[in-house]
Write a protein that binds this ligand. Structure first.
Ligand SMILES: Cc1cc2nc3c(=O)[nH]c(=O)nc-3n(C[C@H](O)[C@H](O)[C@H](O)COP(=O)(O)OP(=O)(O)OC[C@H]3O[C@@H](n4cnc5c(N)ncnc54)[C@H](O)[C@@H]3O)c2cc1C
Length: 581
């Protein structure tokens, strides 16, 4: 069954980007109807709620937007879109004040009343604002209160499955969704649509993002022909909890502040090894630390479950308990004593730097479609700094709300959809009901192993080609695998099937982009091409659906603000100065 619904502004996702967009759109266009459609329950899903460490913002004397920007560009190995990165750093200052003064968040403070900033790895200044180590709960809870106080329409447990263009194909007419509770298809027309479904590389054996995320937005974008950039750039967080296969806690992240505060990584032999790989030791960027750990794992220098250890006890157990109470509790739940003992950790897929190509006002190539948060490409290049993720989603969610409000106000009518595309997309979603029932979970498990082994932390052409072939085989297998239960009402196996299909489609794009980049930048490391390539000639990959397949092209990075070898600040650290070239 297909139901139809109209709104003015449709927001997909209720993380930091989606909720900020809703608030700002309401302010920019109070007379327009705003709808938030979300796969989970508002305030309970997505990764913004899971943010532990905090929010990067240059507020302290001695820090500056320029310094934050340079850290972001150098951390991203010169691949970020500089205008997008600049707006992120500049607007974060405004957004944090808005979060405290208008939205009601209360972040941790120094005795003199100023905001406390903690150290995060890969940054030249302590600029991470936080609420203990449960910053996301504070942000999302306060944002929710504000959004719910307004007239925003809620469509919870509504899964977006396809962008529907106009018949001419020149703009977006609306979005096709499944009401997961009833199984009914719902087509929502809107003048402006924000995609804020939050990326989330959940196709890896170890991963941190919330279970509701399966890269649906990026898969939908590929299908409608949008360009996606930096798809090879998957960020592994070095310290995922490793508590064995029996617990779902394995893979969940132990926050960066632990290493920032002086946490030490030890191999199975008890020796601190990170200084073998980089002079910053554990405080090097996430990519370097993840590779250091992975290298130790390959040498067999591992803890009982096959990872390494993080140790904090030298800082004093009482101090660790005080500063990292959430982390201490999380580890205790899995039988580890973070404060006084050692905890087993493994790199875990955490964040996706790749995303839809957009401009600094969140517009995509398709009129009517905007993108913000982890779905959007460009802010981080090849590596996201810890603390820049939630800054990015809240900054650009707000920008999207402002821009969509203004642009939707000036549009007189909704656009009519291409009915044939709606029909095709309904048929596509119903497809698994026509196949013989099979084991979808086994397909997902195998996908996660393939991506970890062949398209993971250290890559080679041979491994990537093998991974690509295996992913394609899995896709063929999925297309022959059906559902045991043909009831569409809250059929979670159906949704798992759709999740795996999105993950497979995006996995192919990741593998193809990774194969195409024959150098090593940030999160993308090619053992067969370890050199970073010529920084002055930096390019980013763009993947797009063309004909039957995905094509990868390269586009030169436009150094609009600063070129390799230059800096906006004078007193760079020696490591940064070396990384500049
Ligand atoms: C454990 C953890 C800790 C983190 N800690 C930090 C930190 O300390 N600092 C930092 O800067 N960043 C951190 N991050 C990263 C940060 O959480 C994300 O980058 C950011 O919150 C993403 O915001 P978002 O709004 O784009 O997406 P999310 O907050 O993930 O929201 C995505 C939304 O889209 C919805 N959705 C998904 N698919 C669909 C669909 N098909 N249809 C409709 N809705 C859909 C989801 O249900 C959800 O509501 C952390 C991430 C994790 C997982």
């Amino acid at each position: 069954m297909l139901e139809r619904h109209d709104t003015d502004i449709l927001i997909l996702g209720s993380g930091g980007a989606g909720l900020f967009a809703a608030l700002h759109a309401q302010k920019a266009a109070p007379d327009l109807k705003i709808t938030v459609a979300v796969k989970g329950l508002m305030g309970k899903c997505g990764c913004t709620r899971m943010v532990q460490g905090g929010y990067n913002v240059a507020l302290s004397p001695g820090d500056s937007v320029e310094r934050h920007f340079m850290d972001t560009i150098i951390g991203g190995k010169w691949l970020p879109n500089q205008d997008i990165a600049w707006k992120l750093c500049e607007t974060a200052v405004i957004r944090v004040r808005e979060l405290e003064n208008e939205i009601g968040c209360f972040f941790d403070r120094m005795p003199d009343g100023t905001l406390h900033h903690k150290a995060f790895a890969g940054q030249t200044f302590d600029r991470t604002v936080h609420k203990g180590d449960l910053t996301g709960i504070e942000i999302i809870s306060r944002l929710m209160e504000q959004v719910l106080a307004g007239p925003v329409e809620r469509m919870e447990e509504h899964r977006a499955i396809a962008f529907i263009p106009t018949k001419e194909g020149d703009a977006l007419a609306g979005v096709l969704l499944i009401d997961m509770r009833s199984g009914v298809f719902r087509f929502v027309r809107a003048k402006a649509v924000l995609m804020a479904t939050g990326g989330g590389p959940t196709m890896y054996r170890y991963h941190t993002p919330s279970g509701d995320k399966s890269m649906d937005g990026l898969a939908m974008s590929l299908r409608i022909g949008l360009p996606l950039r930096d798809m090879e750039m998957v960020q592994f967080h070095p310290t995922g909890l490793l508590a064995g296969d029996e617990t779902r806690m394995t893979g969940t992240v132990l926050e960066e502040g632990l290493r920032g505060a002086g946490g030490q990584l030890l191999g199975g032999d008890g020796r601190r090894f990170m200084f073998d790989y980089e002079e910053r030791g554990e405080r090097a960027t996430r990519d370097i630390v993840s590779r250091g750990i992975y290298s130790e794992m390959r040498k067999g220098n591992t803890s009982p479950n096959g990872g390494v250890y993080i140790s904090m006890s030298h800082l004093g157990p009482a101090e660790v308990r005080k500063r990292f109470s959430g982390m201490v509790k999380r580890c205790a739940d899995s039988g580890f004593d973070l404060a006084a003992g050692r905890v087993e950790v493994v790199p875990t897929a955490h964040y996706f730097m790749g995303g839809v190509v957009c401009d600094p006002d969140t517009r995509t190539e398709l009129p009517g479609l905007y993108v913000a948060g982890e779905d959007a490409g460009g802010a981080h290049g090849s590596n996201r700094l810890g603390g820049n993720g939630v800054a990015n989603s809240t900054v650009y969610g707000g920008v999207a709300g402002d821009v969509m409000g203004l642009e939707a106000k000036s549009m007189s009518a909704l656009r009519d959809p291409d009915e044939a595309v709606i029909e095709e997309e309904v048929a596509r979603a119903l497809y698994p009901f026509s196949r013989t029932p099979g084991d979808i979970h086994s397909i997902r498990d195998r996908l996660m192993n393939i991506m970890w082994d062949d398209v993971g932390i250290m890559r080679t052409a041979k491994g990537l080609e093998q991974g690509l072939a295996r992913v394609r085989d899995l896709e063929a297998e999925l297309l022959e695998t059906g559902l045991a239960d043909d009831d569409m009402v809250f059929n979670l196996t159906w949704h798992d099937w759709l999740n795996v299909r999105s993950l497979i489609e995006v996995s192919e794009a990741i593998a193809k982009a990774a194969l195409s980049r024959e150098n090593s930048r940030g999160a993308h490391f090619r053992e067969d091409f370890p050199d970073q390539g010529d920084l002055d000639a930096s390019y980013f990959t763009v993947v797009r659906q063309k004909g039957d397949g995905l094509k990868v092209e390269w586009e030169r990075v436009d150094f609009t603000i600063v070129k390799p070898g230059e800096s906006l600040i004078e007193d760079m650290s020696p490591v940064q100065a070396a990384e500049q070239r």
